[in-house]
Structure formats: C-alpha cells, structure tokens
Ligand binder design. Structure first.
Ligand code: DGT
Ligand code: CA
Ligand code: ZN
Length: 580
C-alpha cells in the first residue's frame, strides 16, 4: 500500500470520527498523521518493518499500530467498522464548499440527509432554514455549491490527469510498432483542468489492432469504452477517460495539431489557411487542387501557413495566430530558467517539513534560494507564528545562511489580509522581514467591490512585496471571490506589488487568462509553489505551465532571477539598499 493511500485512509478516519462527534484532539491526531505520512521521505514499508514508525513524532502508539496493520495486511478493521456506521454517499457532502463534518452530522441526524441528492431536495424545500446554525443564505450557498460540483464533476485536476496521461503515453510509446506518439488535447496545452486524456500515435495499418490491444489491455484500465483500429477509449483507474488515435505516420503532424486543439485555435487556424487558399483539417493541409502540402512535423505546418511555431500552451485563440504571423510570439519561460523558490511553509506553521528539510531539498533541486513564508499570527488553525516565534525563526534562518554561503534563504511571511484590509503583524515586525506575501484566508465571502477594496487597501501598505493566491479559488471545488482586475492591476502597478501565480495545482491562481493582462500592465509575477512539504516544492514547475499560458517570458517572472537580483527587488520595495 502506497503512503498516499495510507494517508487518505487516515484522513478519512479523521472525518468519520468528526461525523461521530468524537473529541477534536482525537480527530486532529488523524488529520495530522495523514499529513505526516504523506510527506515522509523514507519508505513507509521500511519504517513499519523496522518498527521505526513508532519513533516518529506525532504518531502515537495506537496510530502506529493502525498504520502497521494497513501496510502489512492492506486492510484496517477499525476503519472498515467506522465506514460501516455511515452511508457511503454521506462523504460526498464534504465536496460542497462550506460544509464540514459538523454540519454534515447535523444534516444527517436531524434531517436524514445521506447524499448530495437528498441535500439538494432539502434545500429546495427550505428544510435547512429551520436548523440551528443554518439559514436561508446557507441554503442558497449550498445550492450554488451543488451546481458548481455538477458543472465540474467531469473534469480533473491537471496534475492528476498528467500522472495518468504520462503513464498511458509511456505504455503506448513503448510498443515496438509505434512510430511516433504524443500526448495531445488540453493536457498538452497545460490547461488547469482536463476532461479527458488524448493520445495520438502513428503506425502502419497492419499493426494498429495489436497496438489498440496493448492499450486497452494494460494494467490500471477500469473500463474499455470503445475499441477500434483508429480510435479506442478507456477509463483509467483514476476514473479519467483516455482516447488513443492511431494514424499513418504521414498524417501524424496534422492529427497531432488537430487533437491538441483548442477547438477555438483550430477554427481560427482554418480560417487563416482559407485566406491562403489552403484547406486544413486533421488529415492534412491541401491546396486548391486537393494536393497535399507535405509537412514532417508541426513546425512545418505553421511554416507552410507563414507562421512561427506556436507552442501548445498558447493555442487558445487569444491572439497567438496574429502574433505568429507577425513574428512577435514571446520566448516563453522554461522550467530550466527557475532559479529559486518563493512561498514555502515549514513545521513552524502548517508545513510538514522543518526549515532545515525544506532548505536541504531546495538545494538538492539545484535552486539558489528559498523564500520562507509561514502563516501569520491570527491564522490559529494553521498554527500561525506569533511575533516571538517569527523572530526566533529569523535567528535560525540567519544561522543557516551562515552555514550555506552558496545558498540564500529569504525570510518572509504569508501575512493575512484581515477583513478590513489591514495586515496581521505590526509595521515594525514586517519591516524586519526580507519580503511580505499578503493573502486572504478568512472571510472569503465577499462581493467584487468588497474583495477588490480589501485587497487594494492591503497592497497599498508600503512593506508588501507579493500578493498571494489573488482569488482564493480551489479548482473544481471552490470558486474564488470576484475581483475587478482592472483596478487590481492598476493598484499593483502603482504600489509596485508582485502578483503570485500560485502553482499549487488545486489553485493555479492568478488564472492564466489574467496573467497576460497583468504582464502587459508592467506587473511582475512570481511562480510560487505555496509548498507545505518537500514534495510540494516541485509544484513550482507545474506553475511554469500556467505562466507559459499567460505568455510570460523569463524576465517577467521574479524567481527566474538570481538571488542577488531578487534581494535587490525585495530591498528596493522597502526603500533601502540591498545588504550584500
Ligand atoms: P478537455 O475538455 O479538457 O478534454 O479539452 P480538449 O481540448 O482536450 O478537448 P477534447 O478532448 O474534446 O478534444 C481534443 C482536441 O480535438 C480539441 O482541443 C480540438 C480537437 N477537436 C475535437 N473535436 C473537435 C471539433 O468538433 N472541432 C474542432 N475544430 N476541433 C475538435
Ligand atoms: Ca481532452
Ligand atoms: Zn495561503
């Protein structure tokens, strides 16, 4: 059993105990253990076999027993018994924004609500309004939440689809008769969410059935939806549909371009081609006499239409065709250009790894610097740092900076924007830090005007360096608060505030559709993982995809700059010269 699976079960036990109304210490122990297990760098099986699992801080002996049972037998009786106490569909309710175990318990016990369907009906009959702690407004919010879930239930987060897509792609590409293969569709365009996985491959006609057999019979296939010699569809064990299309090798570039999309890009490409007297479709580029314009790869397709190569991320019909014709596409930022990581949490607040572990991991990744930003004092549920603890952290960071002259740790904070737009530490404390990220975590329920005013007021504070996750959205589960982007960007420009592209795949916030506008206004962006563990640091690279979709070059991104340059940018904001 993988540590992710163990962690998921521990997490679920925590929730089930909350549904039972167990005491908060007990439930929290499970949630904490789940986080700990997920972030373990050592192999869980080794830890269990050596008994070392018992020495890990935060895992008591009862928990160690349960983890051992899970890892060695693949089952846990305690968990199975707990699950049996509630209907399976009850846990679905957790996906609705604003509904935690406490509220669900009440709905279940007092109204007998067991599923999303029950809940929707109860809201429509206004049965919730009568319950203590609920009201007409809650009913409305819940209905909106259900609507949101329905709209998004057929989509998947990018990183989940990518993991499945990579595995399927490798499997297909590994077949000896496959000539070329590539991931296409929204995954290749690095969209923030993905409906289904598209793979395009080329092979001789005689080999296609065998390749399709290889595709549909592989391990980890839940259902075979369709099987033909040019197209097959399966559903993976993650519940994601994947389509494989096989074409001749001559056709491959055209098919790859077509199935990469987007639909809107394809339509615009076709109408441009038409102006040149060329017909374009998934089978080829054709002159007026129906003869094929031969292209060996996508580059040659664009060249045949008088365009520079358009990277897949830009194929959204947002001006890329005109730019490619006029040779003014940007040189998009690349993963290899990332030189440091900003926005990381440690065990001091709600991170799973210590400061030292985060630094060590960052150095191993070949980074030059790390910007630590734990939560601020009023975020009690994430163990936000008091002023004393923040200063103590500073001392430890200074020591580590001494120890590693070739690496730079910047000391910052993810400081809460309080409901009135003020910040969560006094000015003299903020002034001691190298950088200040500001974020909204509490009272997210705001109108566009309220949210915009609150954030702009906070950005106006002279010590603010970066605006964190600007809308607070959680992809596929929570819509962010609405913002007036024109006003937001004007303020960021005026107050010289960098805007974060939060690279956590649940957020990807700022949305790429606005990234380009921010850049055009002269605002710098920073690709930040918001890492809560060592593993989370590499989310930075997922964020590069979003930056690319936002047309960013390396120069537009804070953390492609050297440690010295970043120090200067931070110091300038504070109106004083860099120290070193
Ligand atoms: P999604 O929804 O995340 O799966 O997004 P895509 O872009 O992967 O969409 P999908 O899987 O329906 O189709 C893959 C690509 O194939 C799409 O981006 C463009 C192309 N395509 C599919 N159907 C059509 C169509 O009816 N017209 C055009 N022009 N292109 C299409
Ligand atoms: Ca797709
Ligand atoms: Zn945050």
């Amino acid at each position: 059993m993988k540590k992710e699976d163990v962690a998921a079960i521990l997490e679920e036990i925590g929730v089930l105990l909350e549904l039972k109304g167990e005491n908060p210490f007990k439930t929290r122990a499970y949630h904490n253990a789940a986080r700990l297990v997920k972030s373990l760098s050592a192999d869980l099986v080794d830890l269990v076999q050596s008994g070392e699992i018992r020495n890990i801080k935060g895992i008591g002996s009862a928990l160690a027993d349960k983890i051992t049972e899970l890892v060695t037998t693949g089952r846990l009786e305690y968990y199975e018994n707990l699950r049996a106490e509630f209907p399976d569909s009850l846990l679905e309710l957790l996906r609705i924004p604003g509904l935690g175990p406490k509220k669900i318990k009440k709905l279940y016990e007092e109204l007998g609500i067991q599923s999303i369907k029950d809940l929707e009906l109860a809201c429509r009959k206004h049965q919730l309004a009568a319950l203590e702690g609920f009201g007409a407004r809650t009913e409305q919010k819940i209905l909106e939440g259900i609507q949101f879930i329905k709209q998004h239930s057929d989509r998947h987060l990018y990183h989940v689809a990518l993991a499945a897509g990579e595995r399927l792609f490798q499997h297909v590409a590994g077949h000896p008769a496959v000539i070329r293969a590539q991931l296409a569709g929204s995954l290749r365009r690095r969209k923030e969410t993905v409906k289904d996985i598209d793979i395009v491959a080329s092979a001789e006609e005689k080999d296609r059935d065998a390749i399709m057999e290889h595709f549909t019979q592989q391990p980890g296939v839940q259902t075979v939806v369709a099987k033909g010699s040019t197209k097959s569809s399966i559903i993976t064990e993650e519940g994601i549909q994947a389509d494989l299309r096989i074409v001749s090798d001559k056709q491959f570039p055209y098919a790859l371009h077509h199935f990469t999309g987007s639909r809107e890009h394809n339509t615009a490409m076709r109408s441009h081609a038409r102006k040149l007297g060329i017909k374009m479709n998934e089978y080829g580029l054709f002159r007026e006499d129906e003869s094929l314009i031969p292209c060996r790869n996508e580059e040659e397709i664009f060249a045949a239409l008088g365009m520079d190569y358009i990277p897949p991320e830009l194929r959204e019909d947002m001006g890329e065709i005109e730019a490619a014709l006029e040779h003014r596409l940007p040189k998009l930022v690349e993963t290899s250009e990332i030189r440091g990581i900003i926005h990381a949490h440690t065990t001091e607040s709600d991170g799973a790894n210590t400061l030292e572990e985060m630094v060590e991991a960052c150095r191993k990744m070949g980074m030059q610097y790390l910007g630590i930003s734990d939560h601020s004092q009023s975020v009690y549920y994430a163990n936000g740092l008091s002023v004393e603890r923040l200063r103590e952290q500073r001392r430890r960071i200074d020591e580590l900076n001494q120890k590693y002259p070739d690496f730079r740790i910047f000391h910052g904070t993810e400081c809460d924007i309080l409901s009135d737009g003020s910040l969560d530490y006094p000015d003299e404390v903020l002034a001691e830090l190298d950088f200040v990220i500001i974020s909204v975590h509490q009272k997210l329920n705001m109108s566009e005007q309220e949210a915009t005013e609150r954030i702009i007021k906070a950005m106006a504070h002279p010590l603010v360096t970066i605006l964190g996750h600007p809308t607070g959205r959680l992809l596929l589960s929570r819509e962010g608060y609405p913002l007036n982007y024109a006003e937001l960007f004007a303020a960021a420009k005026e107050y010289n505030v960098i805007i974060e592209i939060n690279a956590n795949p649940h957020r990807f916030d700022l949305d790429w559709r606005y990234v380009r506008e921010a850049r055009d206004q002269g605002i710098m962006l920073s690709i930040n993982p918001d890492a809560h563990s060592v593993a989370g640091l590499s989310d930075t690279f997922l964020g590069v995809g979003i930056a690319r979709k936002g047309w960013l070059t390396a120069a537009d991104v804070l953390n492609t700059h050297s440690a010295e340059e970043v120090e200067k940018i931070f110091a300038k904001k504070k109106g004083r010269p860099a120290v070193s």
